[in-house]
Design a protein around this ligand. Structure first.
Ligand code: ADP
Length: 492
């Protein structure tokens, strides 16, 4: 009897395997940490073979922990850290360089040389030129490994994002493929005609022979040949898109925000891509039954990381969960605003040079005010992304779905609802990313009978509704705007 879908979530700092049952509930999970290496200032890399072996380990472990049999697994879904780039030998499967992690800035100079092509690139990919995306990372590898360009041109080397690498290994090299969501983050894929773009390949001098085939997010990607099992990989999506699907954001205007170290907000915009002029990225949300759905994406660099700074930096809390009790001791922020721009600001400001600042401190300001201002800063930054999303799409967002570690703070969630003046809902299953590819694989196999079946399975644990008056939210928003302006004006 097929009881489970196996989701593999290959993230930046860990790999996870999760077994989901027919109701979309977690039965068991296993995880393993990934060691990142920093060979030089600004470089972030990881051993691609270590990533692969961690995937094998978590698959074996989740079966043991869950006392599950291979025969009980219906199908497999794969979701992954996006943009991270691997190049390996077709013949041996040996990577020719470490995996370059999405955060890495090592290909900055390649991007700088292409800055004049920004508009062309944006109009084809929906992305902003930045070392974050795969194309310049791939160029970096081909430039830095002796003979790599020539070997790639001969068809001896393969390129892949992490999904492609894991699929290739799981199928013993039978499938070299990716899905449209991951392809849309490479900066080589045309999100309008859904093909690798010849002009972009030329611009980055990437041989097309090394590129994976691109398929829908639910598709038969092959069997688990590595484990000699007749179990098929049927769902694949990049982590943020998988999370959007896992939140059942199926309609235009449906929107989710993940509150982790940083925050990632994605909004379903329907079947037409909307190109942003205010720093949002346009990306493929998923391709299903030949139809592609698009999303707008915005990111906040410092979300939960601001809480980590309270703990590890200025040490005014010992653990993150203390925040709510401390913040609740004060009736309001006392006029204190914190702009946690430790590494510049993301959407919609894209200002690399701005640094963090705290405004409005008086003799009466206490640690509690600082804690509350920190929680509020996460909500304010998310509101900035939210506002440009509504503005540029001209679609009203009626409700926000949330996940991520910082959603444990009820003070933050309530304030987010207040400041946005909409409902915030938190699902029962907070592993939205893994759940997203569980849904995708299960739809393909028939484990789930359709979108309505998934909607029925999807349940919520909590809804936050706005309690603050509009007048009060306007006053607070004005304070935040002044704080942002002042922080941006202060540059040494
Ligand atoms: P990531 O996937 O980026 O590692 P997680 O989703 O695990 O992030 O969330 C971790 C973040 O959530 C941390 O930055 C932490 O400070 C924050 N966090 C966790 N619990 C709380 C809490 N109770 N209140 C506020 N922030 C919290």
């Amino acid at each position: 009897m097929k009881k489970y879908i196996l989701s593999i979530d290959q993230g930046t700092t860990s790999s996870r395997a999760i077994l989901f049952n027919k109701k979309g509930e977690i039965v068991c999970s296993a995880s393993k940490e990934i060691k990142l290496v920093y060979p030089q200032e600004g470089y972030v890399e990881a051993d691609a073979l270590a990533i692969w072996s961690s995937v094998v380990d978590v698959i074996n472990n989740v079966l043991i922990k869950g006392n599950a049999k291979w025969e009980e697994i219906d199908s497999v879904g794969i979701t992954n850290q996006r943009e991270t780039t691997v190049v390996w030998e077709k013949k041996t499967g040996k990577p020719i360089y470490n995996a370059i992690i999405w955060q890495s800035r090592q290909s900055l100079s390649i991007c700088e040389k292409l800055s004049k092509k920004e508009t062309i690139i944006h109009n084809k990919t929906g992305l902003l030129i930045n070392p974050y995306f795969s194309a310049s990372k791939l160029r970096f590898i081909l430039d830095h490994v002796k003979g790599a360009q020539e070997r790639a041109e001969k068809g001896e080397l393969l390129f892949g994002t992490i999904d492609t690498w894991v699929i290739w290994k799981l199928t013993n090299g039978k499938t070299h493929a990716t899905d449209t969501t991951n392809a849309s983050r490479t900066m080589l894929f045309n999100i309008f005609d859904l093909k690798w773009d010849k002009d972009l390949l030329k611009m980055f001098n990437i041989p097309s022979k090394m590129l994976p085939s691109v398929y829908s997010s639910k598709h038969d990607y092959g069997k688990l040949e590595y484990f000699s099992k007749n179990i098929h990989i049927l769902g694949v999506a990049g982590d943020q898109q998988a999370s959007l699907f896992g939140h059942t954001c199926f309609k235009p205007g449906d929107c989710k925000n993940t509150y982790g170290t940083g925050c990632f907000m994605l909004m379903n915009t329907g079947e037409k891509p909307i190109l942003s002029r205010k720093g949002l990225l346009t990306t493929i949300a998923w391709t299903l039954e030949g139809k592609t759905t698009y999303a707008l994406e915005g990111s906040v660099f410092i979300g939960g990381a601001a809480i980590q700074w309270l703990r590890d930096g200025i040490k005014i809390i010992k653990e993150a969960p203390e925040c709510d009790a401390l913040a609740s001791k004060v009736k309001d922020n006392g006029g204190v605003y914190f702009v946690p721009a430790f590494v510049g600001l993301g959407t919609p400001y894209w200002d690399d040079d701005v640094r963090g600042s705290i405004f409005g401190i008086t003799r009466g300001t206490s640690n509690n005010h600082i804690v509350l201002a920190t929680l509020q800063s996460i909500a304010f930054q998310s509101k900035d992304v939210f506002d440009v999303m509504m503005d540029e799409s001209q679609i009203e967002i009626k409700c926000l779905q949330v996940d991520g570690g910082a959603t444990n703070s009820n003070v933050l969630m309530q304030f987010q609802s207040d400041i946005l003046q909409i409902d915030i809902t938190k699902p029962c299953c907070l592993e939205s990313t893994a759940l997203g590819v569980c849904y995708l694989a299960g739809l393909e196999s028939g484990f789930f009978k359709g979108i309505d079946h998934i909607k029925e399975c999807h349940s919520f644990q909590k809804t936050f509704t706005p309690k603050m008056s509009k007048k009060e939210t306007m006053k607070l928003t004005n304070g935040w705007k002044k704080a942002i302006e002042s922080a941006r004006a202060f540059k040494l």
